[in-house]
Design a protein around this ligand. Structure first.
Ligand SMILES: [Zn+2]
Length: 459
């Protein structure tokens, strides 16, 4: 059945993030066949008719948000269990993740999707953590969201419980995953290769996965960091810094998305920029995990070299929220403080990373990421009838510095309204919340991974 047409009329502001970065006051958008067919002043679209018209007088409209690194599978049922002093909970994380049943992962995913779409995310990349994509397919379909999926693979020792296979098996699994999943749900699902990291995968495996990706015209993502110690270890092992090593084996390129990317030096940034490689950065995870953004954060340098950056939330036990507005806020403020320079990462740049740059980094820039004629209609409508939106002079500043995802009023994906006046219709939230709480109890009991519930006495 054809998607009904939709008009958002008399929008207070439309932040188009188009080539000219136009901001339209009293604007209108017409959506036909799931795509934006007209956008302009409301007066110019006065003749436009649609099956449904949304009154936009109190709304600020942005393109839908892209989340470039978001482990959706395990963490919601145990969100918040790790005390702050547990600097790296990864050992526990992978024990919990690998212990999840299909039914548990389905419900954890469902909750992740509710949180993502209600906060305006229209597309996220799960870096290979979902173990039961068949079970989760229904959830993706019901939520109407776009997903970049894959299966995490390694073929080397790792300090954590990661899925490890002989390299030929890892390659075969990846190729069949891509063939099975890429393009499903009317193209809303894309499948990529997802080796965990260069430390846990052999050069041969990484190169073979890159060939699979090139043949299928899809993408590859992996965790990637550097810094003095990692650089020294890498030079001892291979003669190269971590990023130069990836370049030396032919792994960099526009279809590759490196996640986190802390601690890269000038030469490594140059390699990323020169090869057109994209980056996903998780500013809240970096801050909360004490990763040393003043020393290791390179977002301004990547942007200065026109590297496409997507923002990510990492996981509900890292950032711990799935809110791209709060993530934009952190991106915009943390470098100002880290380097005592308020010119760094303006609010507009933060919004670009959450929309057009994120879409480009994730291979979706031609069709999404901005409000332009011909692009797919993925839109977020913010409700300005809330105290944090007052007074309203500069909608980009208000969005990035005042607001958070709670003012997301309506979300449109592929021209379909998936959040309608704050409500999603694909799940009964109170029932789901109770179920996920139960799953968390079961999971902690089964794995023995649990911590004192609070530093304060709880009776
Ligand atoms: Zn990750």
């Amino acid at each position: 059945m054809a998607t009904p047409s939709l008009k958002i009329d008399h929008a207070r502001y439309i932040l188009t993030v188009d080539r000219r970065r136009r901001i339209i006051q009293d604007g209108a958008i017409l959506v036909e066949g799931g795509r934006i067919s007209r956008v302009g002043k409301a007066a110019e679209l006065a003749d436009a008719q649609a099956d449904r018209v949304i009154d936009g007088r109190h709304l600020v409209i942005t393109p839908g948000f892209f989340n470039g690194h978001m482990h959706i599978s395990y963490a919601h049922p145990v969100r918040g269990i790790f005390p702050d002093e547990q600097a790296s909970p990864l050992l526990h994380v992978f024990n919990l993740q690998s212990a999840m049943t299909e039914e548990e992962e389905y419900h954890a995913t469902l909750l992740g999707l509710v949180e993502l779409v209600r906060n305006g995310t229209v597309c996220f990349l799960d870096p290979g953590s979902t173990q039961f994509p068949d079970a989760c397919l229904e959830a993706y379909e019901d939520a109407g969201i776009r997903v970049v999926l894959g299966e995490a693979v390694t073929d080397q020792d790792a300090p954590w419980k990661l899925p490890r296979y002989p390299a030929p098996e890892a390659v075969a699994r990846t190729a069949s995953f891509i063939e099975k999943w890429n393009g499903r749900l009317d193209g809303r699902i894309r499948a990529w290769a997802m080796p965990f990291s260069y430390e846990t995968c052999s050069a041969g495996l990484l190169q073979s996965l890159k060939r699979v990706v090139d043949e299928h015209h899809t993408g590859l993502t992996l965790h990637h960091n550097s810094g003095n110690k990692a650089r020294q270890d890498s030079v001892t092992r291979s003669g190269y810094s971590p990023t130069a090593y990836l370049e030396s084996i032919g792994l960099l390129g526009p279809d590759v998305l490196l996640a986190h990317c802390l601690g890269l030096d000038e030469a490594e940034i140059d390699a990323v920029a020169r090869t057109g490689t994209a980056v996903a950065m998780c500013p809240v995870t970096a801050a909360k995990g004490g990763r040393g953004v003043p020393e290791h954060g390179r977002m301004p340098e990547f942007l200065a070299r026109s590297v496409k950056i997507a923002l990510g939330c990492d996981s509900p036990n890292n950032s711990n929220h799935l809110d791209m507005v709060r993530t934009m806020n952190m991106a915009a403020i943390q470098y100002k403080d880290a380097r005592q320079d308020t010119r760094l990462i303006p609010a507009e740049t933060a919004l670009e990373m959450a929309t057009i740059l994120g879409a480009q980094a994730m291979g979706w820039g031609d069709e999404l990421g901005s409000i332009e004629i011909g692009k797919k209609a993925d839109l977020v409508c913010f409700d300005t009838l809330r105290p944090e939106w007052q007074a309203l002079w500069n909608p980009v500043n208000n969005l990035v510095y005042n607001a958070d995802g709670r003012s997301v009023h309506t979300v449109v994906i592929d021209g379909r309204v998936v959040v309608d006046a704050y409500r999603q219709r694909f799940v009964d939230e109170p029932r789901l919340f109770a179920r996920v709480q139960e799953i968390g109890e079961r999971l902690q009991a089964r794995t023995g991974v649990s911590f004192p519930r609070s530093r304060w006495p709880m009776s």
